[in-house]
Ligand binder design. Sequence first.
Ligand SMILES: Cc1cc2nc3c(=O)[nH]c(=O)nc-3n(C[C@H](O)[C@H](O)[C@H](O)COP(=O)(O)O)c2cc1C
Length: 288
Amino acid sequence: MGELMGSDKKGKKHKSKKCRRSGGRDDDACQVTRDRVRAHFLDGNTGPWAKNLAAEDMKNARPAADGATPQSAEAAAADERPASGESSRRGPDYSVPSTIDIVADPVLYALSTRRSISKVDPETPNDSDLLELIRSVSSVADHKGLRPWRFLILRGDDRIRLGAALDEAAGVHRKPGEINGKPLRAELLLALIASPTKHDKVPEWEQHATAAGAGHLLELALWQAGWGVMWRSGTLTNSEPVRSLHRLGENELLMGWFYIGAVPERYRQRLAASTRPLPKPEQFLDTL
Ligand SMILES: Cc1cc2nc3c(=O)[nH]c(=O)nc-3n(C[C@H](O)[C@H](O)[C@H](O)COP(=O)(O)O)c2cc1C
Protein backbone atom coordinates (compact mmCIF):
# COMPACT_ATOMS: atom_id res chain seq x y z
CA MET A 1 0.00 0.00 0.00
CA GLY A 2 1.22 3.49 -0.78
CA GLU A 3 2.18 6.00 1.85
CA LEU A 4 1.26 9.63 2.26
CA MET A 5 3.87 12.20 3.16
CA GLY A 6 2.99 14.79 5.80
CA SER A 7 4.68 17.12 8.19
CA ASP A 8 4.13 17.71 11.86
CA LYS A 9 3.78 21.10 13.49
CA LYS A 10 7.55 21.61 13.50
CA GLY A 11 7.68 20.91 9.78
CA LYS A 12 9.39 17.54 10.27
CA LYS A 13 8.52 15.13 7.43
CA HIS A 14 7.01 11.82 8.36
CA LYS A 15 5.15 9.03 6.66
CA SER A 16 1.76 7.72 7.52
CA LYS A 17 0.25 4.49 6.31
CA LYS A 18 -3.29 5.71 5.77
CA CYS A 19 -5.79 8.38 6.75
CA ARG A 20 -7.01 6.97 10.02
CA ARG A 21 -8.65 8.73 12.90
CA SER A 22 -6.63 8.39 16.04
CA GLY A 23 -7.89 9.80 19.32
CA GLY A 24 -10.61 11.59 17.35
CA ARG A 25 -8.11 13.53 15.20
CA ASP A 26 -6.95 12.88 11.67
CA ASP A 27 -3.25 12.51 11.25
CA ASP A 28 -1.26 15.37 9.73
CA ALA A 29 -0.79 13.76 6.32
CA CYS A 30 -4.51 13.49 5.91
CA GLN A 31 -4.91 17.06 6.99
CA VAL A 32 -2.44 18.20 4.32
CA THR A 33 -4.25 16.20 1.65
CA ARG A 34 -7.61 17.42 2.78
CA ASP A 35 -6.51 21.06 2.88
CA ARG A 36 -5.20 20.76 -0.68
CA VAL A 37 -8.43 19.15 -1.89
CA ARG A 38 -10.46 21.79 -0.12
CA ALA A 39 -8.39 24.57 -1.72
CA HIS A 40 -9.08 23.14 -5.18
CA PHE A 41 -12.70 22.62 -4.28
CA LEU A 42 -13.12 26.24 -3.20
CA ASP A 43 -11.38 27.20 -6.42
CA GLY A 44 -14.43 25.89 -8.22
CA ASN A 45 -13.42 22.31 -8.98
CA THR A 46 -15.95 19.60 -8.22
CA GLY A 47 -15.14 16.89 -5.66
CA PRO A 48 -13.47 14.30 -7.96
CA TRP A 49 -11.51 16.99 -9.82
CA ALA A 50 -10.40 18.56 -6.55
CA LYS A 51 -9.20 15.14 -5.40
CA ASN A 52 -7.29 14.53 -8.63
CA LEU A 53 -5.64 17.95 -8.49
CA ALA A 54 -4.68 17.43 -4.84
CA ALA A 55 -3.18 14.04 -5.75
CA GLU A 56 -1.12 15.81 -8.44
CA ASP A 57 0.04 18.35 -5.85
CA MET A 58 1.10 15.58 -3.51
CA LYS A 59 2.97 13.82 -6.31
CA ASN A 60 4.83 17.00 -7.22
CA ALA A 61 5.56 17.89 -3.60
CA ARG A 62 7.00 14.48 -2.71
CA PRO A 63 10.69 13.95 -3.44
CA ALA A 64 11.37 10.83 -5.51
CA ALA A 65 13.79 9.69 -2.77
CA ASP A 66 10.94 8.67 -0.56
CA GLY A 67 10.48 5.78 -2.96
CA ALA A 68 6.75 5.58 -2.58
CA THR A 69 4.43 5.41 -5.54
CA PRO A 70 1.82 8.13 -5.27
CA GLN A 71 -1.62 6.76 -4.85
CA SER A 72 -5.08 8.24 -4.90
CA ALA A 73 -7.44 7.75 -1.97
CA GLU A 74 -9.56 5.48 -4.17
CA ALA A 75 -6.56 3.33 -5.12
CA ALA A 76 -5.53 3.08 -1.49
CA ALA A 77 -9.03 2.00 -0.57
CA ALA A 78 -8.99 -0.58 -3.38
CA ASP A 79 -5.82 -2.10 -1.88
CA GLU A 80 -7.69 -2.62 1.35
CA ARG A 81 -10.54 -4.53 -0.23
CA PRO A 82 -10.57 -8.29 0.27
CA ALA A 83 -9.70 -10.48 -2.72
CA SER A 84 -12.77 -11.79 -4.50
CA GLY A 85 -14.24 -14.75 -2.69
CA GLU A 86 -13.32 -13.46 0.76
CA SER A 87 -16.15 -12.23 2.91
CA SER A 88 -16.66 -8.51 2.43
CA ARG A 89 -19.27 -8.05 5.16
CA ARG A 90 -17.37 -5.27 6.88
CA GLY A 91 -19.59 -2.27 6.38
CA PRO A 92 -18.57 1.01 4.81
CA ASP A 93 -15.02 2.31 5.32
CA TYR A 94 -15.08 5.85 6.69
CA SER A 95 -11.36 5.98 7.50
CA VAL A 96 -10.53 8.16 4.47
CA PRO A 97 -11.93 11.59 5.26
CA SER A 98 -14.35 13.13 2.79
CA THR A 99 -13.29 16.13 0.77
CA ILE A 100 -16.86 17.05 -0.02
CA ASP A 101 -17.97 20.25 1.65
CA ILE A 102 -21.74 20.55 1.82
CA VAL A 103 -21.50 24.04 3.28
CA ALA A 104 -19.15 25.49 0.67
CA ASP A 105 -20.86 23.92 -2.34
CA PRO A 106 -24.04 25.86 -3.20
CA VAL A 107 -25.89 22.90 -4.71
CA LEU A 108 -25.08 20.54 -1.84
CA TYR A 109 -25.91 23.29 0.62
CA ALA A 110 -29.31 23.84 -1.00
CA LEU A 111 -29.95 20.10 -0.95
CA SER A 112 -29.16 19.78 2.71
CA THR A 113 -31.06 22.84 3.91
CA ARG A 114 -34.22 22.48 1.79
CA ARG A 115 -37.49 22.51 3.66
CA SER A 116 -41.13 22.28 2.83
CA ILE A 117 -43.13 25.42 3.57
CA SER A 118 -46.64 24.45 4.60
CA LYS A 119 -48.14 27.98 4.65
CA VAL A 120 -47.05 30.11 1.72
CA ASP A 121 -47.86 33.73 0.88
CA PRO A 122 -49.95 34.63 -2.22
CA GLU A 123 -47.18 35.79 -4.55
CA THR A 124 -46.23 33.04 -7.01
CA PRO A 125 -43.76 32.42 -9.81
CA ASN A 126 -45.23 33.35 -13.20
CA ASP A 127 -45.62 30.80 -15.97
CA SER A 128 -42.33 31.87 -17.58
CA ASP A 129 -40.59 31.30 -14.24
CA LEU A 130 -42.17 27.87 -14.12
CA LEU A 131 -40.87 27.09 -17.58
CA GLU A 132 -37.33 27.96 -16.49
CA LEU A 133 -37.66 25.82 -13.38
CA ILE A 134 -38.95 22.92 -15.46
CA ARG A 135 -36.02 23.42 -17.82
CA SER A 136 -33.64 22.87 -14.92
CA VAL A 137 -35.61 19.87 -13.65
CA SER A 138 -35.59 18.19 -17.05
CA SER A 139 -32.09 16.85 -16.39
CA VAL A 140 -33.71 14.19 -14.16
CA ALA A 141 -32.28 10.70 -14.66
CA ASP A 142 -34.49 8.99 -17.21
CA HIS A 143 -33.85 5.49 -18.57
CA LYS A 144 -34.01 5.61 -22.39
CA GLY A 145 -35.12 9.24 -22.22
CA LEU A 146 -38.82 8.36 -22.22
CA ARG A 147 -39.76 11.60 -20.42
CA PRO A 148 -42.50 9.91 -18.42
CA TRP A 149 -43.68 12.97 -16.49
CA ARG A 150 -45.54 16.23 -16.94
CA PHE A 151 -46.98 19.00 -14.78
CA LEU A 152 -50.32 20.80 -14.91
CA ILE A 153 -50.77 24.36 -13.65
CA LEU A 154 -53.76 25.01 -11.38
CA ARG A 155 -54.53 28.62 -10.50
CA GLY A 156 -57.72 30.53 -9.59
CA ASP A 157 -60.96 28.56 -9.97
CA ASP A 158 -59.16 25.41 -11.05
CA ARG A 159 -58.41 24.93 -7.35
CA ILE A 160 -62.12 25.17 -6.51
CA ARG A 161 -62.82 22.50 -9.13
CA LEU A 162 -60.14 20.35 -7.48
CA GLY A 163 -61.83 20.83 -4.09
CA ALA A 164 -65.16 19.76 -5.63
CA ALA A 165 -63.58 16.66 -7.20
CA LEU A 166 -62.01 15.71 -3.85
CA ASP A 167 -65.40 16.20 -2.16
CA GLU A 168 -67.10 14.03 -4.75
CA ALA A 169 -64.48 11.31 -4.24
CA ALA A 170 -64.94 11.48 -0.46
CA GLY A 171 -68.75 11.58 -0.72
CA VAL A 172 -68.83 14.96 1.02
CA HIS A 173 -71.90 17.14 0.38
CA ARG A 174 -71.59 20.77 1.40
CA LYS A 175 -74.21 23.43 1.93
CA PRO A 176 -74.80 25.76 -1.04
CA GLY A 177 -72.01 28.33 -1.26
CA GLU A 178 -69.57 26.23 0.79
CA ILE A 179 -66.44 24.88 -0.83
CA ASN A 180 -63.55 22.60 0.04
CA GLY A 181 -60.88 25.13 0.97
CA LYS A 182 -57.92 22.74 1.08
CA PRO A 183 -56.67 23.35 -2.47
CA LEU A 184 -56.84 27.10 -1.72
CA ARG A 185 -53.90 26.87 0.68
CA ALA A 186 -51.72 28.25 -2.13
CA GLU A 187 -52.47 30.45 -5.13
CA LEU A 188 -50.57 28.07 -7.39
CA LEU A 189 -50.67 24.29 -7.48
CA LEU A 190 -48.65 22.18 -9.88
CA ALA A 191 -49.99 18.66 -10.40
CA LEU A 192 -47.32 16.08 -11.18
CA ILE A 193 -48.38 13.30 -13.51
CA ALA A 194 -46.38 10.15 -14.11
CA SER A 195 -46.93 9.26 -17.71
CA PRO A 196 -45.22 5.94 -18.45
CA THR A 197 -45.16 4.29 -21.85
CA LYS A 198 -44.78 0.59 -22.64
CA HIS A 199 -41.14 -0.25 -23.16
CA ASP A 200 -39.53 -3.68 -23.19
CA LYS A 201 -36.40 -2.46 -21.37
CA VAL A 202 -37.88 0.10 -19.00
CA PRO A 203 -40.45 -1.22 -16.53
CA GLU A 204 -43.21 1.05 -15.33
CA TRP A 205 -41.73 1.41 -11.85
CA GLU A 206 -38.57 2.95 -13.29
CA GLN A 207 -40.66 5.52 -15.09
CA HIS A 208 -42.53 6.31 -11.86
CA ALA A 209 -39.14 6.75 -10.20
CA THR A 210 -38.18 9.28 -12.88
CA ALA A 211 -41.45 11.17 -12.40
CA ALA A 212 -40.92 11.26 -8.62
CA GLY A 213 -37.37 12.46 -9.26
CA ALA A 214 -38.73 15.34 -11.32
CA GLY A 215 -40.95 16.23 -8.36
CA HIS A 216 -38.05 16.25 -5.91
CA LEU A 217 -35.91 18.29 -8.28
CA LEU A 218 -38.75 20.77 -8.71
CA GLU A 219 -38.96 21.22 -4.93
CA LEU A 220 -35.25 21.86 -4.83
CA ALA A 221 -35.32 24.21 -7.84
CA LEU A 222 -38.12 26.26 -6.25
CA TRP A 223 -36.26 26.38 -2.95
CA GLN A 224 -33.08 27.54 -4.65
CA ALA A 225 -35.05 30.18 -6.59
CA GLY A 226 -36.45 31.50 -3.30
CA TRP A 227 -40.00 30.11 -3.48
CA GLY A 228 -41.83 28.07 -0.86
CA VAL A 229 -43.39 24.72 -1.77
CA MET A 230 -45.01 21.71 -0.16
CA TRP A 231 -45.77 18.44 -1.94
CA ARG A 232 -49.18 17.09 -0.96
CA SER A 233 -51.26 14.09 -2.00
CA GLY A 234 -53.55 11.61 -0.31
CA THR A 235 -55.72 8.54 -0.62
CA LEU A 236 -58.13 10.28 -3.02
CA THR A 237 -55.46 11.56 -5.38
CA ASN A 238 -56.16 8.89 -7.98
CA SER A 239 -59.89 8.62 -7.39
CA GLU A 240 -62.02 8.77 -10.52
CA PRO A 241 -63.36 12.36 -10.09
CA VAL A 242 -59.85 13.70 -9.47
CA ARG A 243 -58.31 11.75 -12.33
CA SER A 244 -61.00 12.88 -14.70
CA LEU A 245 -60.54 16.57 -13.68
CA HIS A 246 -56.86 16.22 -14.64
CA ARG A 247 -57.76 14.38 -17.86
CA LEU A 248 -55.40 11.52 -17.04
CA GLY A 249 -54.78 8.75 -19.53
CA GLU A 250 -55.46 5.19 -18.34
CA ASN A 251 -51.75 4.48 -17.86
CA GLU A 252 -51.11 7.73 -15.99
CA LEU A 253 -50.74 8.30 -12.26
CA LEU A 254 -51.28 11.54 -10.38
CA MET A 255 -48.32 11.94 -7.99
CA GLY A 256 -49.83 14.84 -6.02
CA TRP A 257 -49.68 18.61 -6.08
CA PHE A 258 -46.97 21.14 -5.31
CA TYR A 259 -48.45 24.02 -3.32
CA ILE A 260 -46.33 27.00 -4.29
CA GLY A 261 -45.98 30.57 -3.07
CA ALA A 262 -43.74 33.09 -1.40
CA VAL A 263 -41.97 32.19 1.83
CA PRO A 264 -43.61 34.29 4.59
CA GLU A 265 -41.25 36.79 6.21
CA ARG A 266 -41.84 35.38 9.71
CA TYR A 267 -40.89 31.96 8.38
CA ARG A 268 -37.76 33.33 6.71
CA GLN A 269 -36.63 34.70 10.07
CA ARG A 270 -37.32 31.39 11.78
CA LEU A 271 -35.42 29.54 9.06
CA ALA A 272 -32.40 31.79 9.47
CA ALA A 273 -32.34 31.18 13.21
CA SER A 274 -33.12 27.48 13.30
CA THR A 275 -30.88 24.53 12.60
CA ARG A 276 -32.92 21.44 11.90
CA PRO A 277 -30.55 18.51 12.32
CA LEU A 278 -30.35 16.19 9.35
CA PRO A 279 -30.89 12.50 10.04
CA LYS A 280 -27.70 10.52 10.63
CA PRO A 281 -26.53 9.51 7.14
CA GLU A 282 -25.10 6.15 8.28
CA GLN A 283 -28.62 4.72 8.45
CA PHE A 284 -28.95 5.14 4.67
CA LEU A 285 -25.63 3.56 3.70
CA ASP A 286 -24.30 0.03 3.99
CA THR A 287 -22.42 -2.57 1.98
CA LEU A 288 -23.66 -5.89 0.65
C1 LIG B 1 -45.43 12.14 -2.66
C2 LIG B 1 -45.54 12.94 -1.40
C3 LIG B 1 -46.78 13.28 -0.91
C4 LIG B 1 -46.91 14.00 0.27
N1 LIG B 1 -48.16 14.33 0.73
C5 LIG B 1 -48.29 15.05 1.87
C6 LIG B 1 -49.57 15.45 2.34
O1 LIG B 1 -50.60 15.20 1.72
N2 LIG B 1 -49.65 16.12 3.51
C7 LIG B 1 -48.53 16.43 4.24
O2 LIG B 1 -48.64 17.03 5.30
N3 LIG B 1 -47.29 16.09 3.79
C8 LIG B 1 -47.15 15.41 2.63
N4 LIG B 1 -45.90 15.08 2.17
C9 LIG B 1 -44.72 15.45 2.97
C10 LIG B 1 -44.35 16.91 2.80
O3 LIG B 1 -44.28 17.28 1.44
C11 LIG B 1 -42.98 17.20 3.46
O4 LIG B 1 -41.97 16.48 2.79
C12 LIG B 1 -42.97 16.83 4.92
O5 LIG B 1 -43.87 17.67 5.60
C13 LIG B 1 -41.58 16.99 5.57
O6 LIG B 1 -41.10 18.28 5.41
P1 LIG B 1 -39.70 18.55 4.73
O7 LIG B 1 -39.87 18.32 3.25
O8 LIG B 1 -39.33 19.94 5.10
O9 LIG B 1 -38.74 17.55 5.30
C14 LIG B 1 -45.75 14.39 0.98
C15 LIG B 1 -44.49 14.09 0.46
C16 LIG B 1 -44.38 13.37 -0.72
C17 LIG B 1 -43.00 13.07 -1.26
